[in-house]
Design a protein around this ligand. Structure first.
Ligand code: AMP
Length: 267
């Protein structure tokens, strides 16, 4: 992959879209952004075992390679990298990239080791593909914060672009994990976005106190018996620390379980 990318690049700007496959419009929006902002586009599909906990869904994670391949080809992706686990993690691999202090917040608190797996695999992919610019979804806002910090702290020569969340018409953020939801769970799943919208509705006319914004959101979330809250927080988008009040930029992030499926959303 590295020699292909190096030799085909020919001085042009290489854009990169890393994914775990089971592609949907959210992923394709990243590819379209990459096509616009770069001359050559590479994508990867790799269900990364090191970002899944021992009781998480690594083995069940949807794998739809044939379809993904067609979708990426139709979007005009130039190179697709689909490594095997043994290729990415040869025996004896013991080196990790950890964004200390951020990797254990929000999703990292509920999923110990998750972000260490993400930042390690993204570093490896960057070293293999050597992109000039890489595209990530705002849907995984905490992940995006960690990747930006990693790239800054380790002087990685890649520009990171965050792309807006693509949603279903009822507001549910698109996710490969939505495929796990039964028809009933699919209805319950909209509660994450309803919770965020309630917070925004209180924020717009002037509420700035985080405790009051969060309790308004919590009240909405609790109306859905089919969902269990993991976290709802208003945090500083750089440090990920809770903000007592919203003065400048703030990230409102929610995670919850619908049945056994863990979903996230944010604004
Ligand atoms: P994944 O395959 O879940 O690892 O996601 C690959 C990339 O697609 C990540 O940068 C995600 O943030 C992004 N992504 C996933 N879902 C969405 C969405 N609904 N809207 C925008 N980007 C997304």
């Amino acid at each position: 992959m590295r020699s292909v990318c190096r030799s085909e690049k020919k001085g042009r700007r290489l854009g990169f879209v890393p994914t775990m496959g089971a592609l949907h419009e959210g992923h394709l929006s990243l590819v379209r952004a990459a096509k616009k902002q770069s001359d050559v586009v590479a994508a990867s599909i790799f269900v990364n075992p090191t970002q899944f906990g021992p009781n998480e869904d690594f083995s069940q994670y949807p794998r739809t390679f044939e379809r993904d391949y067609e979708l990426l080809k139709n979007e005009g992706v130039d190179f697709l990298f689909v490594p095997a686990v043994s290729e990415m993690y040869p025996r004896g691999a013991v080196t990790w990239v950890t964004v200390e202090g951020l990797s254990d917040k929000l999703d990292g608190r509920s999923r110990p080791g998750h972000f260490r797996g993400v930042t390690t695999v993204v570093s490896k992919l960057f070293h293999i593909v050597e992109p000039d610019i890489a595209f990530f979804g705002q849907k995984d806002a905490v992940q995006l914060v960690l990747i930006r910090r990693m790239v800054r702290d380790l002087n990685m020569p890649v520009e990171i672009v965050g792309c807006p969340i693509v949603r279903e018409s009822d507001g549910l953020a698109m996710s490969s994990r939505n495929a796990y939801l039964s028809a009933e769970e699919r209805k319950s799943a909209t509660i994450l976005n309803c919770t965020l919208r309630e917070i925004k509705q209180r924020f717009d006319p002037g509420e700035r106190d985080s405790a009051r914004l969060l309790s308004a959101g919590m009240e909405i979330f609790q109306q859905e018996p089919g969902a269990r809250l993991d976290y709802l927080e208003i945090v500083d988008p750089e440090t990920l620390d809770p903000l007592p009040a919203v003065q400048g930029n703030a990230l409102v992030a929610v995670a919850g379980y619908v049945g056994t499926t863990r979903l996230v959303d944010n604004l």
